[in-house]
Design a protein around this ligand. Structure first.
Ligand SMILES: NC(=O)C1=CN([C@@H]2O[C@H](COP(=O)(O)OP(=O)(O)OC[C@H]3O[C@@H](n4cnc5c(N)ncnc54)[C@H](O)[C@@H]3O)[C@@H](O)[C@H]2O)C=CC1
Ligand SMILES: O=C(O)C(=O)COP(=O)(O)O
Length: 450
């Protein structure tokens, strides 16, 4: 097949608009696989995703529509019907209902760590891969928590509010250094481990509780039960994902097990702490303070009210002393947002253009050595299918008229994904290959890039 020539197939893949040949290259390096007119790829970015991502995706030639807020469900549904790629942060809920409308969607980018806002199984069943940024904002969260430990210890939040009201209130009672105090970390992953190192550098003793055995950094020690961690710690901080097990993890019983006059910090997910129990703990002074960055229900955008309508306990909570509240800013730094923008946007275009799913959180992770620009008449078949017996036999039968240069397949739960680079493919064969594979019984989504 001559390179640089526009192919005539209008709809090799109903999910991807008009397909075109890749541009010609003079080097003998990896060939850029752009089987479609990039300008037809529509990307919707919500929640003020960093400019680095917009630059990368527009640089690929895609049409990018960016919004600073998350969208109400009806508007989201309207918009998601027409896009091939969506980028969100922690607010936008991509539920089964929303995804059912996303008929053209190929890929979702969570420009954050958490992916609990996406129905990952529903996405996989539709052949939609989901990517996130597993650690680009961990340092930012860890630094915020260090600041909060010091703020709580010195009642700095309350002193700051008083000064803003013109009140001079110089006190040392119940204000402490953090040196020599014990920090208990629940969830010793990217953030918990990073925090552990920073806390030890400040002279704290660190214990952690996690459901898996993890090698401690520095002199931190893993404890075997949550109760032990709660009983030992002056500060308890949560760094677990939102899962069925972590929902409501901290309630009355857990707070009562914490040391008298200890502190609780939550920068994980709002569902992890039962706020009425926290309020009780603060009111009774069993807890000496708390810092919260995340809430069960959070406003969709800046400028919206944070009040009892959103969470019925808000007024009670706001009356508590030595309580630091922040608007879900754990990962909100220039450094983190820039890195996340680059990382997730890169994963998105690699998936769209090459089918590479390495780093996907709901999909089999596969990739192949690149097709070289000297490899004429080569195509890449991308086949997401139901994970049932006999599918590969059927597909390899279809491919057997050509030379399979390389092939990789993997499965994850109900979904399997195969990538195969085929040479000796005549231009007229491409539609036939596409039609035959995509009409197989197990087909979820077939794409061909070349
Ligand atoms: N406030 C903010 O802006 C941010 C909040 N987050 C939240 O922090 C969470 C943690 O982030 P990472 O440290 O990057 O995640 P990670 O996946 O690296 O670590 C989570 C750790 O929690 C452990 N874990 C899971 N279930 C547990 C349970 N039931 N009990 C004890 N440990 C459990 C895991 O084994 C893992 O070691 C994210 O899932 C996200 O929800 C993340 C970034 C920013
Ligand atoms: O990375 C995460 O999981 C966070 O919670 C940060 O979310 P955000 O990007 O600030 O909406």
């Amino acid at each position: 097949m001559a390179q640089g020539q526009v192919n005539q197939y209008q709809s090799l893949n109903p999910q991807v608009p008009t397909l075109k040949r890749s541009p010609s290259f003079t080097s003998t390096h990896a060939k850029a696989l752009k089987p479609f007119d990039s300008g037809d790829i529509k990307v919707l970015l919500l929640e003020n995703i960093n400019q680095t991502a917009i630059d990368i995706l527009t640089g690929e030639g895609y049409q990018v529509e960016a919004h600073s807020k998350s969208l109400p469900e009806d508007v989201l549904i309207e918009k998601i019907r027409n896009v091939h790629c969506i980028g969100i942060r922690s607010k936008t809920q991509l539920t089964r209902k929303v995804l059912a409308e996303a008929k053209k969607l190929l890929v979702i980018g969570c420009f954050c760590i958490g992916t609990n806002q996406v129905d990952l199984e529903a996405a996989a069943r539709q052949g939609i891969a989901v990517f996130n940024s597993p650690f680009s904002n961990s340092r930012s969260v860890a630094e915020l928590v260090i600041a909060e430990i010091i703020f709580l210890s010195r009642q700095l939040g309350d002193r700051n509010i008083e000064m803003h009201q013109g009140i001079w209130n110089k006190v040392s009672a119940k204000c402490y250094e953090i040196r020599g105090k014990t920090l208990g970390i629940i969830g010793y992953g990217h953030i918990g481990a990073q925090l552990s190192v920073l806390a030890e550098a400040m002279g704290m003793t660190v214990y952690f509780y996690d459901i898996i055995q993890i090698m401690p950094l520095g002199t931190a020690k893993q404890v075997s039960t949550l109760d032990e961690l709660l009983e030992r710690s002056d500060f308890v901080t949560l760094h677990v994902p939102e899962t069925e097990e972590t929902k409501n993890m901290i309630g009355d019983a857990e707070i009562n097990k914490m040391k008298k006059a200890s502190y609780l910090i939550n920068a994980s997910r709002g569902s992890v702490v039962q706020v009425p129990a926290l309020i009780k703990g603060l009111q009774s002074e069993h807890l000496q303070g708390a810092a919260i960055d995340v809430y069960p229900r959070e406003p969709r955008s800046n400028g919206q009210y944070f009040n009892d309508e959103l969470n019925s306990w808000t007024t009670e909570l706001l009356k508590c002393k030595n309580l630091i509240m922040s608007p879900h800013i754990g990962g909100s730094t220039e450094e983190a947002q820039r890195m996340i923008g680059v990382e997730v946007a890169t994963a998105l275009f690699k998936y769209i253009n090459y089918g590479t799913s390495i780093g996907a959180v709901n999909f089999p992770e596969i990739d192949l050595r690149a097709i070289q620009d000297t490899d004429k008449n080569s195509i890449r078949v991308l086949f997401a299918h139901q994970n049932v017996p006999g599918v590969l036999r059927e597909i390899n039968q279809i491919l057997s008229d050509h030379n399979v240069e390389k092939q990789y397949s993997d499965s994850r739960g109900e979904i399997a994904y195969m990538m195969a680079d085929i040479s000796d493919v005549d231009e007229n064969d491409i539609r036939k290959i596409y039609d035959t594979i995509s009409s197989s019984k197990a087909n979820v989504l077939t794409r061909i890039v070349y």
